[in-house]
Design a protein around this ligand. Sequence first.
Ligand code: 5GP
Length: 130
Amino acid sequence: MPSIFTKIINKEIPCYNIVENDRFIAFLDINPNAKGHTLCVPKQEIDKIFDMPEKLYLDLMQFSREVAIALEKTVPCKRIGMSVVGLEVAHVHVHLIPLNEMKEMTFLNKVTQSDSEFKALAKAIAAHLT
Ligand code: 5GP
């Protein structure tokens, strides 16, 4: 059965898309730890990050870095935190989280945003990509 992220990649379910290419996609986390919480996902469905082929792993890191730089230009924060968990969705994804406080890395700290706020944020991050 395809992962929820494969369904997003295949446009079967919607997301607040920031950017995508033939191998990766970045979209806003639907239940963010902090405003701007973004997921960077390889289109190839692999469960665990360190099972990825090395080149795909390194390219995911490069893609994530580009998104993180745009995110930091968009959302006021002290820095962008990066985390890989995968306990909920068994499809590799890098969490990029604008941080002001340590609790924002805990995944217990959640913020709510309206549909229009999500849309505006995804658009603003995309506009900062070079
Ligand atoms: P993890 O697998 O790393 O523990 O967490 C999965 C993350 O994916 C969570 O932060 C959760 O909010 C996010 N997530 C789960 N389902 C969806 C979805 O359908 N859309 C989006 N945008 N994010 C999701």
